[in-house]
Design a protein around this ligand. Structure first.
Ligand code: TMP
Ligand code: ASP
Length: 257
């Protein structure tokens, strides 16, 4: 069997050349990092869970007319996506004060925001992905005004959709981060959702208890990280029940990666 060409390796995923031109394979690793790589761990089964959760969310977003790069899941750790040119911005949407916003403004975590707030961070690991104003984005040509408008409108639609989806299973969507790519189709270029949407990139709190069900469990040494991700998957109906989820993840992590 021929070796696949690796295009890029990030902190949580590897990208390989896809089977047809214009496609890419996203491989989800078990690696977890936080604070720009200062904290690292391997969390058995995280990649399997994020692959499934991101598949579930992207499929639903595609179905409601929000264009994404997602094509289909290939196996437990891989999905086929369209090749896009990633816009070098992290788009964050916040409903409730938490994380860096709470810290920056001296707000208590959990305070409801007056409305949903969108922030842009420049994707640059060496700089720790700094928050940037829109002026910088257009001046340095990271994205056009039209692309900024598209990203804001799409992110607010994603927020509405995800807020409802999670509320339906007893989870409060505090905030999340998404990334966008440029999809070239002949003469046309379209802004589409890219990367992943998973508990690595969202803050999810249990609606009844306030318990954290996302990567903050890892960032803040709360333990039970993959258990929380598995519970998110179970509530979304991705696994039949807790037992099935545990078995599927164990199967995939038992034999190494
Ligand atoms: P923050 O409060 O740390 O700025 O994070 C806001 C949201 O973005 C939160 O849901 C976690 C997510 N996020 C990422 O997906 N990647 C990152 O590198 C960071 C810092 C946050
Ligand atoms: N993704 C970032 C890192 O790997 C930060 C984070 O998610 O907290 O360092």
């Amino acid at each position: 069997m021929a070796k696949r060409r690796k295009i890029y390796e990030g902190k949580a995923k590897i990208l390989y050349e896809g089977p047809e031109p214009g496609t890419i394979i996203q491989y989800f690793k078990d690696d977890a990092t936080a604070f720009n790589n200062q904290k690292q761990a391997v969390l058995d089964g995280k990649g399997v869970l994020n692959n499934r959760i991101s598949e579930f969310i992207m499929t639903q977003l595609n179905a409601v007319g929000l264009p994404t790069h997602f094509l289909r899941r290939l196996n437990m750790r891989e999905q086929l996506v369209r090749e896009v040119e990633i816009i070098p911005l992290e788009v964050i949407c916040r409903n409730v004060a938490a994380g860096s916003m709470a810290k920056r403004l001296g707000m208590e975590e959990g305070a409801q925001l007056p409305r949903s707030i969108i922030e842009f961070c420049y994707k640059k690991d060496e700089l720790g992905d700094p928050l940037v104003p829109e002026e910088y984005i257009t001046a340095f040509n990271w994205a056009s005004n039209q692309e900024i408008d598209d990203m804001v409108a799409m992110t607010l639609r994603v927020n509405d959709f995800l807020t409802g989806l999670f509320a339906g299973v007893g989870i409060k969507l505090i905030d999340f981060k998404v990334e966008y790519g440029r999809l070239y189709e002949g003469e046309m270029v379209r802004t589409v959702l890219a990367d992943e949407i998973s508990p690595d990139s969202c803050r999810l709190w249990d609606a009844a208890t306030g318990e954290k069900m996302d990567k903050d469990r890892f960032r803040r040494d709360l333990g039970g990280v993959t258990e929380a991700y598995r519970e998110v998957a179970r509530r979304l109906g991705i696994f039949r029940d807790e037992q099935a989820g545990a078995e599927i993840v164990a199967l995939e992590t038992g034999g190494g990666k």
